[in-house]
Design a protein around this ligand. Structure first.
Ligand code: ADP
Ligand code: ZN
Ligand code: ZN
Length: 752
């Protein structure tokens, strides 16, 4: 028996060595409770067992083994290790993202570690007693009971029906599916009519025959192409299909194939909004095979799912958000990343700052599964990989059925203002279209990428603006409750009656958000039924579902919303989509601004006219000639891609370079500045011109701490492993520097 185990704790620390007590049988991946520090107990994951005595003196023994078998399998451990190394974080930080919270408690005493969290739940099942499998006997009993004990008769009928009509032996039915109460079931059990057993919950898998949608010719061709690409050995492929082309239908066919073979499938979807809709759509076809996994499940539900999947014999289908990449799918054969360009696949805070799409691509190599990336507007990184032949590729250029692409028009806000054709934040064109849509009884979506009433309040006299005392940003004005809210730290304040600076005039709301648009639209179209979908109205899943359901049932005419409405929404009645202001998307100071604006506007536009109704999209902008807007109007992804790639190449940005940002954080701005210059010099000595900075990030103070950034750009062809190693060495030295060691340094690899 090995004497020691290296254990990963859910902390930003390397793994620690503990002694294995006599008789405790451990293998890699097992969960254990250990004491760390003077009083704290944590769940840890055994990473390896060995006989190398560490050189510190007091080696603590492992307190307890949790659960009957390893919790983290070898494929998962390989993924954890890749993430820790690639994204420059500890295995413990990966553990925090990977395991459901009930499985990683920390506590002051060991009693808090309930072993049962690591055992799947059991429940009671009933079967008919063996002698009742004779039909004659069963009928006799039925007759007797129906006269003397009608409740028992009904219960027995229920069990007999659920267990194959009574004829075949062995049919089981779960207690929770029966309506009979406890005393009745007890009586039947005492008489020896039924037998109760207690065992792990089995899922009702249902059949392996699924009713699949019939594919159109184009869809079939795309499906065949994908199959060929995979067969030819491509581990990753891109399905590039315009919105509403039926990418989901193609996924369904691929998923059914894998499930029929007994393999597992993971379908990754972006955060929140569309998950509910998509899960429902999948359940209509795959029934109880679908296991949803997202942040709105309860903690208990999540660990139940985790344990069930861990013990599954295969044929599992998980639909989940980015963290589902960590689930223990033992027979994983296919990962689909829907809307692969979506930025929510990247976790930016806290560590691990991983990108689930890139992990999915990596998983294909680690476990030999296939990864399919789907999008109408692929990220440029993915598109370049597909064009170079590194990934396989299939393209869908037409919408499904008679749905035509929406007609996109750009409406010039400055020109409208000059002609007196602007009312509130609407050009006359958009209002005219809205009026027509309402007259015809159709629906409209209005998109504004800011929530709240107005981005900020300002004094018209001296220009004073209300800013967050903790962060270097303006506060957002929310009409409800007349509050000023910091969208970075949550600080809330009230609106000053007079300008605090010049004390001359009132401060007034400037700019506009969704709340303001909703108010204006209600004023302009008092008879229209208007709803708003943004983080302020979506306070819970129920609130979200209610708003969406009302819109789907056409109880609402106009839906005003933020990014939330851009993704995956599929409503038949939407004939018009209005974008209130494209300019703040186009003018973002980010190298991805144009790509993102194209993606977002194309996605929003895709919400219009998904069925027979011809859709129209009106985009308001002060720069109607902007090339990205032209590309959106023409639906010309390639033109956008080429233009942006040329720019990326000349300014040396992804996909031609790999970027890592370092954010340094400290309360003392002088110390921070000196530390940043010091670190930048050290890195420059190693990386030369590839290191940029120190520079001030867009928001240079958050929660009272100052921030400074460094940027490392390494050419894509160069060894990224080597670059990370060099960087890690420098960061380690910096963390031990006598003056600067209290400066927090946060590496972000491939920031989005
Ligand atoms: P995408 O995911 O590419 O945006 P969807 O898969 O959501 O497109 O398809 C758009 C609409 O067309 C959906 O309502 C879908 O049900 C319908 N559709 C697409 N392909 C088919 C098909 N082969 N049979 C029936 N309906 C289809
Ligand atoms: Zn703040
Ligand atoms: Zn003022």
């Amino acid at each position: 028996m090995p004497l020691f185990a290296d254990i990963v704790l859910p902390l930003a620390q390397p793994s620690y060595t503990f002694a294995i007590p006599d008789g405790m049988e451990l293998t890699a991946g097992c969960a254990v409770a250990v004491q760390f520090g003077a009083r704290k107990f944590y769940t840890g994951i055994v990473w390896c067992v060995h006989d190398r005595k560490p050189d510190f003196k007091r080696i603590k023994p492992i307190h307890r083994l949790l659960g009957p078998r390893p919790l983290v399998g070898s494929a998962q451990r390989a993924l954890w290790e890749w993430i820790a190394s690639y994204y420059m974080c500890s295995l413990g930080e990966v553990m925090r993202a990977a395991l459901p919270s009930l499985m990683k408690p920390s506590a002051d005493s060991p009693e808090h570690f309930a072993d049962e969290e690591f055992h799947p739940r059991t429940e009671t099942y009933f079967t008919l007693a063996a002698e009742l499998c004779n039909e004659e006997r069963l009928h006799e009993l039925f007759e007797k009971l129906s006269r003397r004990a009608p409740k028992q008769y009904e219960a027995l009928l229920e069990i007999a029906a659920a267990s194959n009509g009574g004829g075949a032996p062995g049919g089981e039915v779960a207690r929770r599916l029966l309506t009979a109460d406890r005393t009745v079931l007890h009586a039947l059990e005492r008489k020896g009519c039924i037998i109760a057993t207690e065992h792990e919950r089995t899922t009702e898998r249902g059949m392996a025959e699924f009713r699949l949608p019939e594919l159109s010719g184009h869809q079939r061709a795309a499906l065949d192409t994908l199959r060929e690409e995979f067969k030819a050995g491509k581990t990753t492929a891109l399905l590039h299909g315009v919105t509403s082309s039926g990418k989901t239908e193609i996924y369904i066919h691929l998923i059914a194939e894998v499930l029929a073979r007994g393999g597992d499938v993971l379908l990754l979807v972006p955060e929140i909004a569309l998950t509910a809709q998509l899960i429902e759509r999948m359940e209509r076809i795959f029934g109880s095979r679908v296991t949803p996994y997202h942040s709105r499940l309860t903690d208990l539900r999540r660990s139940e799912n985790y344990l069930r999947l861990d013990r599954s014999e295969g044929g599992e289908f998980v639909v989940g958000v980015r963290s589902s990449i960590f689930l223990p799918l033992k027979r994983l054969q296919l990962i689909i990343v829907d809307e692969e360009h979506d930025a929510s696949y990247k976790q930016s805070e806290p560590a691990p700052r991983y990108h689930a799409r890139d992990c999915a691509v990596m998983m294909a190599r680690l476990v030999g599964c296939r990864t399919l990336l789907g999008s109408a507007t692929p990220s440029l990184e993915t598109w370049v990989n597909a064009r170079s032949g590194k990934y396989g590729q299939a393209v869908l250029r037409e919408r499904y059925g008679d749905a035509r692409p929406p007609r996109v028009v750009i409406s010039d806000t400055l020109r409208a203002a000059r002609r007196g054709e602007r009312y509130a934040h609407f050009n006359k064109l958009l209002l005219d279209r809205l009026g027509e849509v309402l007259d015809r009884g159709e629906q409209a979506i209005l998109f504004q990428n800011r929530r709240g009433f107005a981005p900020y309040v300002a004094c018209t006299e001296c220009g004073w603006t209300a800013r967050c005392p903790q962060c270097n940003v303006t506060l957002t004005y929310h009409r409800a409750g007349e509050r000023l809210v910091c969208h970075y730290c949550g600080h809330t304040g009230s609106v000053p009656a007079k300008c605090p600076s010049c004390k001359v005039t009132d401060v007034v709301p400037m700019g506009f958000g969704t709340e303001k648009i909703e108010e204006e639209i209600v004023r302009i179209f008092p008879e229209a039924r208007v709803a708003r979908l943004d983080r302020d109205t979506v306070t819970s899943e129920r609130a979200f579902n209610a708003i969406v359901a009302d819109f789907a049932r056409r109880k609402t005419d106009i839906l005003v919303g933020t990014q939330m409405i851009t993704k995956g929404f599929d409503f038949e009645g939407v004939a018009l989509v209005g974008v209130l202001n494209a300019d703040n998307l186009l003018n973002n100071p980010d190298f991805r601004a144009a790509e993102r604006a194209f993606q977002l506007l194309t996605q929003v536009a895709g919400r219009a006219g998904r069925r027979a109704v011809e859709g129209e999209v009106v985009i308001q902008s002060a720069e109607p000639g902007h090339p990205v807007l032209r590309q959106v109007v023409e639906g010309d992804y390639e033109a956008m891609a080429r233009e942006q790639l040329a720019e990326r190449q000349s300014f040396f940005y992804p996909p031609y370079a790999r970027i890592t940002t370092l954010t340094l954080r400290h309360r003392d701005p002088q110390l921070l500045r000196r530390g940043a210059v010091f670190l930048a010099d050290r890195l420059r000595a190693r990386f030369g011109k590839r290191l940029l900075g120190p520079m001030a990030p867009p928001v240079d103070r958050i929660r009272g701490e100052y921030l400074v950034g460094l940027l490392l750009k390494v050419e894509s062809g160069a060894s990224s492993v080597r670059a990370r190693e060099l960087l890690a060495v420098e960061l380690k030295e910096f963390a031990a520097h006598p003056e600067y060691r209290y400066i927090v340094v946060i590496p972000n690899v491939d920031p989005q």
